[in-house]
Design a protein around this ligand. Structure first.
Ligand code: UGB
Length: 437
């Protein structure tokens, strides 16, 4: 109480010196006492923080170490076994290739890896299992691949150390580069993911390929979207591709330019494939045919975009098995890369092909075919196409691929969707009337 009074009511003159001195002593004492307490507390907090941080960094390092899905002797053995070609000696098709497939747990990656493995080529997959769409589907694809002896590493193509290690362990003859951020309209929501995978990831991969000895030949997925606002039909490889309508298209177009520089400077053999709206079993849930199927079965409405003046949108939908043939044909005909030690030793092939079906179908027709195979009527909301990067139609001229790769699509949309629906129903275990998809 006294202390409080002292503080609140200053001393009268005459008392001031003694009382001030006493008060000062008290204050100094209090101050010293609280400073030393604070000092001790501060010391304690610093010690706690330091030990927390070092513990945290230990946890981080060790969890990285333990969570790392690559490295070690066992891992290397798995890689070598998966990469080893298994064609019978003296086989007419030659000794077999060792192919690194990026995006191996993706839709096209899984189908191509299986096809390569089935004909006796060695395949190692890499995939980052990101959550752009349900990762459990990607994991199921990985299990399918594992059951056929294809090992898929969980890793990112932006990880240069991992790629260098892979080329250290296996002298891959080919890289089938399918890892990418896909989807035309999602580019407005998450532009950075397109730069990360389709630009930065591509460059990291090309760096690893140009440093590898021997250098592999590279076949990679470009896209029909590079034709952008081109309205000359059908789309031919030599048509202009400098008017992309979406960031996705722009990153794929950039990929074509970037791969060209690596071909020019380092002698990497490059084949870019412009895929046209690929569909089929084990497909991508973000694509229209897949999400329409899910919604139709769940009794939910679907949104059907329509172009200007009520013109229907159309796509040159291409069935996965045809695309696989185009990819394998490209790998088989890819000439060798010519560089060693990161230096070009001569000109190497640089090719671009359309892989389409060359018979566009409108989106309402796609819906009708699905209704027929699902035996359920769709609830359609027809709306004008928003300005989100979509193009009104695509139509591939495939003469070049036919001539140079022997590419010849054989599956029309009706047959292809029938196969897709069969897979969908078996995979998701749909029984009519169930809403549990
Ligand atoms: O060829 C490609 O290079 C690209 O093909 C694919 O893109 P797209 O051709 O746009 O396929 P997709 O989304 O199935 O839409 C199909 C149609 O349905 C319309 N569409 C779509 C969604 C919807 O809700 N409603 C609708 O009408 C839509 O307007 C369109 O007309 C790949 O996703 C892409 O990654 C890339 O590989």
């Amino acid at each position: 109480m006294r202390v409080l009074e002292d503080d609140l009511f200053p001393s009268t003159p005459g008392k001031v010196k003694i009382e001030r001195a006493t008060a000062m002593n008290r204050q100094l004492h209090r101050c010293f006492a609280s400073t030393s307490t604070m000092f001790l507390w501060a010391l304690f907090l610093v010690a706690m923080t330091a030990s927390y941080l070092s513990f945290q960094s230990f946890v981080d390092t060790s969890s990285k170490y333990f969570a790392a899905s690559w490295g070690g002797l066992h891992w290397e053995r798995q890689i070598r076994a998966s990469a080893a070609p298994r064609r019978p000696p003296g086989s007419a098709a030659g000794a077999g290739m060792s192919v690194l497939v990026t995006g191996a747990a993706g839709f096209v990656g899984t189908h191509c890896s299986l096809a390569l493995r089935k004909r006796g080529d060695g395949v190692v997959g890499i995939d980052n299992f990101n959550s752009y769409y349900d990762p459990s589907l990607k994991k199921a694809r990985r299990s399918l691949l594992a059951s056929h002896g294809v090992f898929v590493i969980e890793g990112d193509i932006n990880d240069g150390r991992l790629l260098a290690k892979l080329f250290d362990v296996v002298p891959f003859t080919h890289v089938l580069h399918l890892a990418a951020q896909a989807g035309v309209r999602y580019a407005m929501e998450n532009p950075a993911s397109y730069v990360h995978s389709n630009i930065a990831g591509l460059v990291t991969l090309l760096e690893a390929c140009k440093d590898a000895d021997p250098q592999p030949a590279i076949v990679w997925a470009s896209s029909s979207s590079v034709y952008g606002l081109n309205d000359k039909v059908p789309f031919t490889e030599s048509d202009r591709t400098d008017q992309p309508a979406s960031l996705y298209a722009a990153t794929k177009k950039a990929g074509e330019e970037i791969t060209h520089t690596y071909n020019h400077i380092y002698g990497l053999s490059i084949t870019g494939l412009r895929f046209f709206t690929v569909y089929g079993p084990w497909g991508r849930p973000d694509m229209a045919y897949f999400s329409f199927t899910r919604n139709i079965l769940q009794g939910k409405p679907i949104t059907v975009y329509r172009g200007k003046n009520h013109v229907d949108l159309a796509r040159d939908f291409t069935y996965i098995d045809d695309i696989v043939k185009g990819c394998l044909g490209s790998l088989d005909t890819a000439g060798k890369s010519t560089g060693t030690g990161g230096k070009k030793r001569g000109p190497a092939p640089y090719r671009i092909f359309n892989l389409g079906n060359t018979s566009p179908v409108t989106v309402p027709s796609l819906v009708s075919i699905l209704e027929k195979h699902l035996r359920v009527k769709a609830k359609k909301n027809v709306v004008e196409m928003p300005g989100n990067g979509d193009v009104p139609f695509t139509h591939a001229n495939i003469s070049l691929a036919r001539q140079q790769l022997g590419y010849k699509p054989t599956t029309n949309l009706d047959v292809g969707l029938k196969k897709f629906v069969k897979w969908y129903l078996s995979y998701y275990g749909y029984t009519r009337g169930s809403k549990n998809l």
